[in-house]
Design a protein around this ligand. Structure first.
Ligand code: GMT
Length: 377
């Protein structure tokens, strides 16, 4: 099959899911065309089934806001025709779904039928999408997509709550891990380097936006540090970083907090970590936590959105109410209280992550593409 994948090229979750899905589809013999404004992170250019098309936006003095969506729609039309694509799979509703629907309608005018699969990821629904500024376009794009998927049951319900799309079936296909490419590595020397006194390594990865509540990460860490020797590894960057630096100083834990910035080799860091914190205000799925679990790292998280569908309370870690810092400290210490307890939670975290093996999830997407192809004939 020839599949066009439209996504954000950034380190964010939806881009990672789209890229990993495309790579796995290419490994299975499909021809995959990534369409984005930059080459997606983690893409493997040495696979003969993988192609990358850059979306260019020409500027003009009149344009305070360069028309990215128009450019994307036009280029989708050309790519579908030139590459004879069978299906377009767009990740993140804004503006990918509406651009794809526009391209679909232009192509229909030329008697070319291109099915569009839209995967909703989270903030495209729960934060940005429901903004009245975007809502009508997002609703229309959802209704006009041939198939709509959401990465959790919680996100599916949020979509029905915020948009008038009751008439549209939304399939839940959870995010996944490709264990052949992402699993615990032997990095003992690395652990010795950052935790020379065998401190517990607590980790958090995000884009440091308000919704992630990184301040709670630092507060929970301060509570852990008061009881156990530990270090906090903060991976990622974003608007909250300066506040977090200040808070670390205020709580007098700055010596034990390491800001690692954006990292590609996250699996290497996770491989030496003991506990992952994800106290988000809202989280449709929490791929970062699943990646931690795949590297045998238990998770203490909030129970917001779809996190609880992935992090099983009392098994792979604990889920607590948003903002329950004391509870998160207590449960973190419970996991770390003994070598036996930590080993059990690590084992459980891995077992839980295994349920989201790409081998189980990828066929769900292939089934959708095939059903659309059959309809097309
Ligand atoms: O805000 C982010 O976390 C980034 C965002 C994205 O689209 O890149 O992540 C969303 O999609 C991820 C992949 O499906 C999910 O794992 C994240 O939970 C989701 N983020 C939120 O819902 C806040």
């Amino acid at each position: 099959m020839k599949i066009g994948i439209v996504c954000y090229p950034t380190f964010g979750g939806s881009g990672v899911v789209a890229t990993e899905l495309g790579k796995a589809l290419a490994d299975r013999g499909h021809q995959v065309h990534f369409i984005s404004y930059n080459q997606p992170a983690r893409i493997d250019i040495f696979n003969s089934n993988l192609f990358y098309h850059e979306v260019n936006v020409s500027t003009y003095p009149l344009f305070d806001y360069p028309p990215y969506e128009t450019s994307l729609a036009s280029q989708l039309v050309n790519i579908v025709k030139n590459e004879k694509l069978d299906v377009l799979h767009v990740h993140y509703a804004i503006p990918h779904a509406s651009a794809a629907i526009f391209a679909k309608q232009i192509l229909a005018d030329e008697n070319i039928h291109i099915p569009v699969v839209t995967t909703l990821h989270g903030t495209d629904i729960t934060l940005v999408g429901k903004d009245p500024l975007y809502e009508p376009v997002v609703s229309y794009s959802i209704k006009q997509s041939d198939v709509v998927t959401a990465v959790s049951e919680s996100l599916k319900q949020d979509t029905y709550k915020h948009f008038h799309v009751e008439c549209k079936e939304i399939k839940v296909i959870p995010n996944f891990i490709d264990f052949k490419k992402f699993s615990k590595l032997k990095k003992e020397h690395f652990k010795k380097l950052i935790a020379p006194n065998n401190e517990f390594l607590i980790v958090h990865t995000s884009n440091f936006r308000k919704v992630k509540r990184v301040d709670d990460v630092v507060k929970v860490f301060a509570g852990i540090l008061a009881q156990q020797p530990a270090k906090l590894l903060l991976i990622g960057d974003g608007p909250e970083r300066t506040n977090i630096e200040h808070l670390s100083k205020e709580l007098n834990v700055q010596e034990s907090v390491m800001f690692l910035g954006k990292q590609e080799a996250i699996d290497e860091i996770l491989s030496v970590s003991d506990l992952f914190l994800l106290p988000s205000e809202n989280e449709s799925f929490g791929l970062a936590a699943l990646e931690a679990m795949a590297c045998e790292v238990p998770v203490v998280s909030s129970n917001a959105g779809g996190i609880g569908e992935m992090n099983l309370n009392g098994f792979s870690g604990y889920t607590l109410d948003v903002g329950d810092v004391e509870g998160m400290i207590e449960k973190s210490l419970e996991i770390l209280k003994s070598a036996e307890s930590l080993a059990q939670f690590k084992q459980n975290a891995f077992a839980q992550a295994k349920k989201f093996d790409i081998e189980n999830i990828l066929p769900m997407y292939e089934e959708i593409y095939t059903s659309l192809l059959i309809k097309k004939v």
